[in-house]
Design a protein. Sequence first.
Length: 145
Amino acid sequence: MKVVGVILLAVVWLAACGADEEPVPAGQETTPSAPSAPSEPSEPSEPADPAGLESVKRDVETAAVSLESFYRGSPYPRTTAEVVETLGDAGLTLAAGNTIAGYVYDDAAVEFTLCVESESGAWATYDTAPMTLRENGATGGCPFG
């Protein structure tokens, strides 16, 4: 009786192993399917150089907070180039290899979102509406600019 149970279990196991595969008509070759693209991580991945990501996070926070104070009471810049031109006047210097790579101004709210990017592609954004670091990534550069 045990032998019959073991044989029955083996048959069920073998049948289940190939149950998810499509049958291939006779005479047709099968090729392995291409691996599916990895899904996007829910959290930013760590860069090859974690210091680059930390550097852009520090720079974007310092620059956004300082520029918010600097621009208050006067017209805000409308473009990234105008922001870059005012860095010196605001007394700001970014870490070596970091640049202001994106700026979006919300005229109705009188707030802006700033993005700093490193040469490695690490980036971080800061939104002055809630005064918080919003997004960052290890590679790929600023999502807007």
